[in-house]
Design a protein around this ligand. Structure first.
Ligand SMILES: [Zn+2]
Length: 323
Protein backbone atom coordinates (compact mmCIF):
# COMPACT_ATOMS: atom_id res chain seq x y z
CA UNK A 1 0.00 0.00 0.00
CA UNK A 2 2.93 2.34 0.86
CA UNK A 3 2.75 5.58 2.87
CA UNK A 4 1.41 7.41 -0.18
CA UNK A 5 -1.84 5.49 0.01
CA UNK A 6 -2.58 6.11 3.65
CA UNK A 7 -5.34 8.67 3.95
CA UNK A 8 -4.77 11.09 6.82
CA UNK A 9 -2.00 10.93 9.44
CA UNK A 10 0.18 13.17 7.24
CA UNK A 11 1.96 14.58 10.27
CA UNK A 12 2.95 11.16 11.65
CA UNK A 13 4.07 10.01 8.21
CA UNK A 14 6.18 13.16 7.75
CA UNK A 15 7.96 12.40 11.04
CA UNK A 16 8.64 8.80 9.97
CA UNK A 17 9.78 9.88 6.51
CA UNK A 18 12.27 12.26 8.01
CA UNK A 19 13.61 9.48 10.29
CA UNK A 20 14.04 7.23 7.25
CA UNK A 21 15.84 9.94 5.28
CA UNK A 22 18.19 10.76 8.14
CA UNK A 23 18.62 7.09 8.97
CA UNK A 24 17.46 7.67 12.54
CA UNK A 25 15.11 4.73 12.71
CA UNK A 26 16.88 2.59 15.28
CA UNK A 27 15.53 1.87 18.74
CA UNK A 28 11.95 2.04 19.93
CA UNK A 29 9.03 4.10 18.65
CA UNK A 30 5.77 4.74 20.43
CA UNK A 31 2.80 5.45 18.17
CA UNK A 32 0.24 7.27 20.30
CA UNK A 33 -3.28 8.25 19.28
CA UNK A 34 -6.96 7.31 19.45
CA UNK A 35 -8.08 3.75 18.67
CA UNK A 36 -8.55 2.69 15.05
CA UNK A 37 -7.05 5.71 13.28
CA UNK A 38 -4.37 3.78 11.40
CA UNK A 39 -1.49 3.26 13.84
CA UNK A 40 -1.23 -0.43 12.92
CA UNK A 41 -1.38 0.26 9.16
CA UNK A 42 1.31 2.93 9.44
CA UNK A 43 3.49 0.55 11.53
CA UNK A 44 3.34 -1.99 8.75
CA UNK A 45 4.11 0.62 6.08
CA UNK A 46 7.03 1.81 8.19
CA UNK A 47 8.33 -1.77 8.49
CA UNK A 48 8.04 -2.15 4.71
CA UNK A 49 9.84 1.14 4.04
CA UNK A 50 12.66 0.13 6.41
CA UNK A 51 13.25 -3.28 4.87
CA UNK A 52 12.34 -2.49 1.25
CA UNK A 53 15.06 -3.72 -1.08
CA UNK A 54 14.80 -0.60 -3.27
CA UNK A 55 15.75 1.79 -0.44
CA UNK A 56 13.42 4.56 -1.56
CA UNK A 57 12.22 5.68 1.91
CA UNK A 58 8.86 4.10 1.12
CA UNK A 59 7.60 0.64 0.20
CA UNK A 60 8.14 -0.24 -3.49
CA UNK A 61 5.40 -2.91 -3.23
CA UNK A 62 7.33 -5.08 -5.68
CA UNK A 63 10.33 -6.54 -3.90
CA UNK A 64 10.21 -9.80 -1.98
CA UNK A 65 10.47 -8.00 1.36
CA UNK A 66 7.44 -5.79 0.65
CA UNK A 67 5.34 -8.75 -0.51
CA UNK A 68 6.30 -10.86 2.48
CA UNK A 69 5.34 -8.09 4.90
CA UNK A 70 2.10 -7.49 2.98
CA UNK A 71 1.16 -11.12 3.49
CA UNK A 72 2.35 -10.92 7.14
CA UNK A 73 4.85 -13.61 6.29
CA UNK A 74 8.17 -11.92 6.81
CA UNK A 75 10.51 -13.89 9.10
CA UNK A 76 12.00 -10.68 10.54
CA UNK A 77 8.81 -8.68 11.11
CA UNK A 78 6.80 -9.65 14.18
CA UNK A 79 3.34 -8.38 15.09
CA UNK A 80 2.52 -8.98 18.72
CA UNK A 81 -0.87 -8.55 20.39
CA UNK A 82 -2.85 -10.24 23.11
CA UNK A 83 -4.83 -13.38 22.40
CA UNK A 84 -8.57 -12.86 22.09
CA UNK A 85 -9.47 -14.75 25.24
CA UNK A 86 -6.69 -13.19 27.30
CA UNK A 87 -6.89 -9.84 29.07
CA UNK A 88 -3.21 -9.02 28.57
CA UNK A 89 -0.14 -9.86 26.47
CA UNK A 90 1.35 -12.92 28.10
CA UNK A 91 4.92 -12.82 29.39
CA UNK A 92 5.76 -15.79 27.12
CA UNK A 93 5.23 -13.55 24.10
CA UNK A 94 7.68 -11.02 25.50
CA UNK A 95 10.19 -13.79 26.25
CA UNK A 96 9.81 -14.88 22.65
CA UNK A 97 10.56 -11.31 21.47
CA UNK A 98 13.65 -11.22 23.68
CA UNK A 99 14.83 -14.53 22.22
CA UNK A 100 14.11 -13.44 18.63
CA UNK A 101 15.86 -10.14 19.26
CA UNK A 102 18.97 -12.02 20.33
CA UNK A 103 19.21 -13.56 16.84
CA UNK A 104 20.44 -11.79 13.71
CA UNK A 105 17.85 -10.86 11.06
CA UNK A 106 17.01 -13.81 8.85
CA UNK A 107 17.05 -12.08 5.49
CA UNK A 108 16.23 -8.42 6.16
CA UNK A 109 18.18 -5.35 7.16
CA UNK A 110 16.31 -4.99 10.43
CA UNK A 111 14.28 -7.14 12.77
CA UNK A 112 11.08 -5.27 13.54
CA UNK A 113 8.79 -5.93 16.48
CA UNK A 114 5.38 -4.26 16.36
CA UNK A 115 3.45 -4.45 19.62
CA UNK A 116 -0.20 -3.54 19.08
CA UNK A 117 -2.07 -2.12 22.09
CA UNK A 118 1.19 -2.05 24.04
CA UNK A 119 -0.78 -1.12 27.17
CA UNK A 120 -2.00 -4.73 27.17
CA UNK A 121 1.43 -5.71 28.55
CA UNK A 122 1.24 -6.01 32.32
CA UNK A 123 3.96 -4.63 34.54
CA UNK A 124 5.95 -7.85 34.48
CA UNK A 125 5.90 -7.95 30.67
CA UNK A 126 6.79 -4.28 30.36
CA UNK A 127 9.71 -4.68 32.73
CA UNK A 128 10.92 -7.69 30.76
CA UNK A 129 10.68 -5.74 27.51
CA UNK A 130 12.43 -2.77 29.08
CA UNK A 131 15.68 -4.73 29.25
CA UNK A 132 15.97 -4.88 25.45
CA UNK A 133 14.60 -1.38 24.96
CA UNK A 134 17.42 -0.10 27.14
CA UNK A 135 20.12 -1.68 25.02
CA UNK A 136 18.76 -1.97 21.51
CA UNK A 137 21.01 -3.34 18.82
CA UNK A 138 21.50 -1.62 15.47
CA UNK A 139 19.49 -4.21 13.63
CA UNK A 140 16.39 -4.06 15.86
CA UNK A 141 13.42 -1.77 15.76
CA UNK A 142 10.50 -1.75 18.16
CA UNK A 143 7.17 -0.11 17.41
CA UNK A 144 4.66 0.09 20.25
CA UNK A 145 1.18 1.37 19.49
CA UNK A 146 -1.21 2.64 22.15
CA UNK A 147 -4.26 4.79 22.73
CA UNK A 148 -3.66 4.78 26.47
CA UNK A 149 -0.19 6.03 27.35
CA UNK A 150 -1.15 5.91 31.04
CA UNK A 151 -1.12 2.11 30.74
CA UNK A 152 2.62 2.13 30.05
CA UNK A 153 5.44 2.38 32.57
CA UNK A 154 7.21 5.77 32.47
CA UNK A 155 10.48 3.88 32.03
CA UNK A 156 9.13 2.25 28.85
CA UNK A 157 7.81 5.56 27.49
CA UNK A 158 11.14 7.27 28.14
CA UNK A 159 12.92 4.70 25.95
CA UNK A 160 10.72 5.44 22.93
CA UNK A 161 10.57 8.12 20.28
CA UNK A 162 7.01 9.46 20.37
CA UNK A 163 4.99 9.67 17.15
CA UNK A 164 1.56 11.25 17.54
CA UNK A 165 -1.52 10.18 15.60
CA UNK A 166 -4.72 12.23 15.51
CA UNK A 167 -8.34 11.83 14.55
CA UNK A 168 -9.02 12.31 10.85
CA UNK A 169 -11.23 15.16 9.59
CA UNK A 170 -14.72 14.01 8.55
CA UNK A 171 -14.07 14.59 4.84
CA UNK A 172 -10.97 12.39 4.88
CA UNK A 173 -12.70 9.60 6.76
CA UNK A 174 -15.57 9.64 4.31
CA UNK A 175 -13.16 9.54 1.37
CA UNK A 176 -11.36 6.59 2.97
CA UNK A 177 -14.57 4.69 3.68
CA UNK A 178 -15.86 5.16 0.15
CA UNK A 179 -12.59 4.49 -1.72
CA UNK A 180 -11.16 1.69 0.43
CA UNK A 181 -14.08 0.03 2.04
CA UNK A 182 -16.91 0.28 -0.47
CA UNK A 183 -19.23 2.44 1.62
CA UNK A 184 -22.01 4.31 -0.15
CA UNK A 185 -21.96 8.06 0.34
CA UNK A 186 -24.84 7.94 2.85
CA UNK A 187 -23.18 5.16 4.81
CA UNK A 188 -19.88 7.05 4.87
CA UNK A 189 -21.54 10.16 6.29
CA UNK A 190 -23.50 8.25 8.94
CA UNK A 191 -20.71 5.92 10.07
CA UNK A 192 -18.01 8.57 10.12
CA UNK A 193 -20.21 10.67 12.39
CA UNK A 194 -21.15 7.74 14.57
CA UNK A 195 -17.58 6.73 15.26
CA UNK A 196 -16.12 10.15 16.02
CA UNK A 197 -13.42 10.06 13.36
CA UNK A 198 -12.27 6.47 13.72
CA UNK A 199 -12.24 4.71 10.32
CA UNK A 200 -11.36 1.35 11.91
CA UNK A 201 -14.40 1.56 14.12
CA UNK A 202 -16.58 2.71 11.20
CA UNK A 203 -15.62 -0.41 9.23
CA UNK A 204 -16.23 -2.66 12.25
CA UNK A 205 -19.60 -1.00 12.88
CA UNK A 206 -20.70 -1.62 9.30
CA UNK A 207 -19.37 -5.19 9.17
CA UNK A 208 -21.09 -6.14 12.37
CA UNK A 209 -24.33 -4.43 11.43
CA UNK A 210 -24.00 -2.18 14.46
CA UNK A 211 -26.78 0.14 13.33
CA UNK A 212 -29.25 -2.70 13.75
CA UNK A 213 -27.72 -3.62 17.08
CA UNK A 214 -27.97 0.00 18.19
CA UNK A 215 -31.61 0.20 17.15
CA UNK A 216 -32.40 -3.01 18.99
CA UNK A 217 -30.61 -1.82 22.11
CA UNK A 218 -32.41 1.52 22.04
CA UNK A 219 -35.78 -0.07 21.41
CA UNK A 220 -35.27 -2.46 24.31
CA UNK A 221 -34.26 0.35 26.58
CA UNK A 222 -36.58 3.13 25.67
CA UNK A 223 -39.75 1.29 24.83
CA UNK A 224 -40.37 0.28 28.40
CA UNK A 225 -38.72 -3.09 28.28
CA UNK A 226 -36.29 -1.95 30.89
CA UNK A 227 -36.08 -5.15 32.89
CA UNK A 228 -35.28 -6.95 29.67
CA UNK A 229 -32.65 -4.38 28.83
CA UNK A 230 -30.99 -5.03 32.15
CA UNK A 231 -30.89 -8.73 31.48
CA UNK A 232 -29.64 -8.24 27.96
CA UNK A 233 -27.03 -5.66 28.70
CA UNK A 234 -25.66 -7.92 31.43
CA UNK A 235 -25.38 -10.80 29.03
CA UNK A 236 -21.92 -10.19 27.60
CA UNK A 237 -22.47 -12.67 24.78
CA UNK A 238 -25.59 -10.92 23.55
CA UNK A 239 -23.59 -8.23 21.80
CA UNK A 240 -20.96 -9.06 19.21
CA UNK A 241 -18.40 -6.84 20.91
CA UNK A 242 -19.16 -5.43 24.29
CA UNK A 243 -16.75 -2.50 24.12
CA UNK A 244 -18.16 -1.36 20.78
CA UNK A 245 -21.72 -1.71 22.05
CA UNK A 246 -20.96 0.39 25.10
CA UNK A 247 -19.23 2.93 22.89
CA UNK A 248 -22.39 3.11 20.83
CA UNK A 249 -24.50 3.63 23.94
CA UNK A 250 -22.11 6.40 24.98
CA UNK A 251 -22.45 8.10 21.58
CA UNK A 252 -26.23 7.95 21.95
CA UNK A 253 -26.08 9.60 25.37
CA UNK A 254 -23.64 12.18 24.05
CA UNK A 255 -26.25 13.11 21.44
CA UNK A 256 -28.99 13.24 24.09
CA UNK A 257 -26.90 15.71 26.09
CA UNK A 258 -26.01 17.84 23.08
CA UNK A 259 -29.67 18.08 22.11
CA UNK A 260 -30.23 19.94 25.39
CA UNK A 261 -28.02 22.76 24.20
CA UNK A 262 -28.24 23.02 20.43
CA UNK A 263 -30.41 22.24 17.46
CA UNK A 264 -27.50 22.24 15.02
CA UNK A 265 -28.09 18.85 13.40
CA UNK A 266 -24.65 18.60 11.81
CA UNK A 267 -22.92 17.84 15.09
CA UNK A 268 -24.95 14.79 16.04
CA UNK A 269 -23.39 11.34 15.72
CA UNK A 270 -26.62 9.39 15.32
CA UNK A 271 -27.68 11.54 12.38
CA UNK A 272 -30.28 9.06 11.20
CA UNK A 273 -32.28 9.27 14.45
CA UNK A 274 -32.29 12.94 15.28
CA UNK A 275 -36.02 13.17 15.88
CA UNK A 276 -35.91 10.40 18.46
CA UNK A 277 -32.90 11.96 20.14
CA UNK A 278 -34.91 15.09 20.81
CA UNK A 279 -37.97 13.21 21.98
CA UNK A 280 -35.93 10.92 24.28
CA UNK A 281 -33.84 13.69 25.74
CA UNK A 282 -36.98 15.65 26.64
CA UNK A 283 -37.72 12.94 29.21
CA UNK A 284 -34.49 13.47 31.14
CA UNK A 285 -32.70 16.39 32.74
CA UNK A 286 -29.22 17.35 31.52
CA UNK A 287 -27.88 16.40 34.97
CA UNK A 288 -29.36 12.91 34.70
CA UNK A 289 -27.84 12.45 31.23
CA UNK A 290 -24.45 13.65 32.49
CA UNK A 291 -24.59 11.14 35.36
CA UNK A 292 -25.46 8.38 32.90
CA UNK A 293 -22.55 9.35 30.66
CA UNK A 294 -20.16 9.10 33.62
CA UNK A 295 -21.59 5.71 34.47
CA UNK A 296 -21.13 4.44 30.89
CA UNK A 297 -17.55 5.77 30.71
CA UNK A 298 -16.72 4.06 34.03
CA UNK A 299 -18.19 0.82 32.73
CA UNK A 300 -16.16 1.03 29.51
CA UNK A 301 -13.03 1.40 31.62
CA UNK A 302 -13.95 -1.58 33.79
CA UNK A 303 -14.66 -3.70 30.72
CA UNK A 304 -11.41 -2.59 29.02
CA UNK A 305 -9.43 -3.60 32.07
CA UNK A 306 -11.56 -6.72 32.50
CA UNK A 307 -12.41 -5.82 36.10
CA UNK A 308 -15.58 -7.70 36.95
CA UNK A 309 -17.37 -6.59 33.74
CA UNK A 310 -20.62 -8.34 34.64
CA UNK A 311 -20.98 -6.43 37.88
CA UNK A 312 -20.02 -3.17 36.15
CA UNK A 313 -22.68 -3.74 33.49
CA UNK A 314 -25.31 -4.56 36.07
CA UNK A 315 -24.56 -1.41 38.05
CA UNK A 316 -24.61 0.69 34.89
CA UNK A 317 -28.00 -0.72 33.85
CA UNK A 318 -29.40 0.10 37.31
CA UNK A 319 -27.97 3.62 37.13
CA UNK A 320 -29.43 4.25 33.66
CA UNK A 321 -32.85 3.05 34.79
CA UNK A 322 -32.94 5.38 37.76
CA UNK A 323 -34.97 8.53 37.15
ZN1 LIG B 1 10.01 -3.08 -1.58
Amino acid sequence: MSFANIIGQDRAIRVLHSMLEKDEINGAHLFVGPDSVGKRSVSIEFAKAINCEKKGFDACEECISCSKINSLNHPDVFIIHKEKESSFIKIDKIRDIIYQASLKPYDAKKKIFIIIYAEDMNEESQNALLKILEEPRDNQIFILTTSRVSGLLPTVISRCKLVKFGLLPQAQIQELLIKRHGFSEDEAVLFSHMTLGSPGMAVAFKDKDKIRERDKMLNDFFFRKRAMFREEVCDEKKYSDLKESLQMLLFWYRDLLISKFTEDKTIFLNMDRIQEIFSYSARFSAEKIERDITSIINTINYVKRNINPKMALFNMALELERQ
